[in-house]
Write a protein that binds this ligand. Structure first.
Ligand SMILES: [Zn+2]
Length: 641
């Protein structure tokens, strides 16, 4: 939402919103169920909750039997995957350290103030601040969304604890939940522009506290939260921009109740109670989903991030209550979204989805620097593609996830202790990577969650065995296969190099299938096992299954040719192109409009470990991936001569 006007209510879309959270969920109870059924199931995640000392019998009742659940790919637990990669881990560490540095009183301050309680401690300021006289005139919209990121930050800390087991992080999660519980009141929602948004994030934070940090009070606090919040919510999905609250001004019309079903369904799945399934169903936004399910796009003019996030609710409607209508809505919508995405995988310039035949995305290259709401958009995109991949096993969703990861959020500037937040990626011909003036904006809530979730995006498994490698990242995943402890280590400099190596360690030899994502662009991919080329077809755009008896010392090699290609901004402008190399967009580091041909771009060569160079009619053009850009001016698209 561009703040081009000084009057906040003239902005067409607010952005705050939404988030969603979470998802990773299902995996934890799945793992738990499996842990209890070891004798009957032959596959389970390696590190059971019992191993970390949680009160498993109390926390982990098998809560429900979703339709088709046994058919979906399963997520690994956060702790089953370790990363050996600077880029991903540094993003997590830096964001979590900022959250750990925020004082409890500061975090609770708007919650207490909105509930009429004493609120000691320093203001965080920015969007997090509660200002009862907010009128949109303060710089950076200070006071716009008080406490809206609280639940997301608790969620991110719980996920970080699940990864690194830092007891200080767990203690902070439990402490914040106890302090929050004392603030629960209807006044918080009455004084809030975003009651459904805040409720949604609180549900997420408490769910994650329960399943990832073992907070024994989390579901009790969630129940109280729900009891208090419901009378202050609209009772059904209300679209963005509609004022459902008598006596409130237009700033109260931008809540995102149409996104909350996902976390409600997940709360049901994770044992919070049947009411959450009822609520999840109640808040499904059929005004949005019905045309999509019939293959008609109704994207035009809708707020981008929150409506992509809402598609996660559609997926959970399928995964929880078996609604094929909602699966159809999500799959069709993903195709509509892809068709209007930038080459980076980002979408929604100025936070608006566009009509299918629109010229808007092309025009945004010259009229907007607010090209993609990156942390929130990525968060929604990763959840959506994760659900779609789990349900369909279609590599397109993994390809899309990879593209968004490398070309957008992995290159986001880190959250700063003063609330400086990376908000928009900039695909303007004169682009720059900058912090937003909106301190503690919505994207400060999603970025730490995104950074934690790379692990659960990287690998999946079949309910009965068989592992899927979705992302090629230096890492290790561990599981138990038919009673044997198995570890798969991945070594690579991909996507900067084309080769990926896997080493198997197994306490006993076991027969299982490794499924490797062969990206749609990877024509000519090849696989070898123990140095011997696998002769069967390795098809781009599919998972290649390699089944054998695996034992310690087995080695698998994967070669993904990093093909270069040009992608036009749209069919009407075939000469306005982005250069890709494998999954990477190569951004032109330039403050001019270089005169360059398609052939010159496609002939770009490596100029360093993570840089490329292309000839032009003038000086050579430097090209960098998004993760290597600092403050220099760049252009995502070039107009070829
Ligand atoms: Zn955001």
């Amino acid at each position: 939402m561009a703040l081009s006007s000084g009057r906040w209510f003239q902005a067409p879309y607010s952005n705050i919103l939404v988030v969603l959270t979470v998802c990773a969920a299902r995996i934890e109870w799945q793992s738990t169920m499996t842990a209890k059924q070891t004798s009957r199931r032959n596959f389970l995640a390696a590190s059971s909750l019992a191993a970390v000392g949680f009160a498993a019998p109390r926390l982990w009742k098998p809560p429900f039997n979703p339709p088709g659940e046994r058919l979906f790919l399963q997520e690994f637990k956060y702790s089953d995957v370790t990363f050996d990669t600077g880029l991903h881990d540094e993003q997590l560490q830096r964001n979590i350290s900022v959250l750990m540095g925020l004082s409890d009183d500061s975090l609770l301050k708007p919650l207490r103030a909105m509930s009429g309680q004493p609120a000691p401690g320093e203001e965080l300021g920015g969007w997090y601040l509660y200002d009862p006289n907010f009128d949109g005139s303060a710089p950076g919209w200070a006071g716009f969304a008080p406490a809206c990121t609280f639940g997301q930050w608790v969620s991110a800390l719980a996920r970080a604890y699940a990864i690194h087991r830092d007891e200080k992080v767990r203690e902070k999660v439990l402490r914040l939940n106890q302090l929050y519980a004392k603030t629960i009141s209807g006044d918080f929602y009455e004084n809030n522009r975003f009651p459904a948004y805040c409720y949604d994030k609180l549900v997420c934070g408490l769910m994650d506290s329960h399943r990832l940090a073992g907070d024994p009070d989390a579901y009790r606090i969630l129940e109280h939260t729900t009891d208090i919040a419901l009378p202050h919510l609209p009772g059904k999905a209300i679209e963005h921009g509609r004022n459902w609250r008598p006596g409130k001004d237009a700033s109260y019309s931008q809540d995102e109740s149409y996104t909350i079903s996902e976390n409600l369904f997940l709360a049901f799945q994770r044992g919070a109670g049947k009411r959450y399934k009822t609520l999840g169903t109640q808040y499904l936004d059929d005004e949005y989903f019905n045309p999509l399910a019939e293959g008609r796009s109704n994207f035009a003019g809708r707020h981008a991030y929150s409506h992509v996030n809402a598609l996660c609710s559609a997926m959970q409607a399928y995964m929880t209550i078996g609604s094929t209508k909602h699966l159809n809505a999500a799959t069709n919508a993903f195709d509509f979204l892809t068709a209007q995405s930038f080459a980076t995988g980002g979408w929604g310039p100025d936070e608006v989805l566009r009509a299918p035949d629109s010229n808007d995305v092309y025009e945004s290259l010259t009229n907007s620097h607010s090209s993609f709401e990156t942390p929130c958009g990525s968060y929604a995109h990763f959840k959506l593609t994760r659900y779609l991949l789990r349900v369909t096993r279609d590599t397109r969703y993994g390809d899309s996830m990879e593209r968004v990861m490398y070309n957008t959020v992995l290159g986001a500037k880190p959250l700063q202790a003063d609330g400086s937040t990376f908000y928009y990626s900039d695909y303007h011909f004169k682009g720059r990577k900058v912090y937003s003036d909106r301190r503690w904006a919505c994207c400060s809530g999603t970025l730490p969650q995104v950074a934690a979730d790379y692990r659960i995006n990287a690998y999946f498994h079949e309910p009965q065995g068989g592992v899927y490698v979705n992302l090629y990242i230096p890492s290790r995943v561990r599981w138990i296969q038919d009673g044997a402890h198995v570890s798969l280590r991945q070594r690579t400099s991909y996507p900067f190099e084309s080769h990926i190596e896997f080493d198997v360690t197994a306490s006993r030899a076991r027969d299982f299938t490794l499924n490797l994502r062969i990206p749609g662009w990877a024509e000519g991919a090849a696989i070898s096992v123990n140095g011997k080329r696998v002769e069967s077809d390795v098809k781009a755009g599919s998972f290649k299954a390699v089944r054998r008896e695996w034992k310690t010392g087995d080695h698998l090699g994967l070669e993904l040719p990093l093909t270069k290609r040009l992608e036009a901004i749209d069919a009407r402008h075939p000469n306005t192109v982005a250069l890709l190399c494998g999954p990477l967009v190569l951004f032109a580091i330039t403050n001019a409009r270089p005169v360059v041909t398609r052939e010159q771009l496609l002939s770009a060569t490596k100029a360093g470990e993570r840089s490329w160079r292309a000839a032009t009619s003038g000086a050579p053009l430097k090209l960098l991936p998004f993760t290597s850009i600092a403050d220099e001016e760049y252009s995502t698209y070039l107009v070829t001569s």
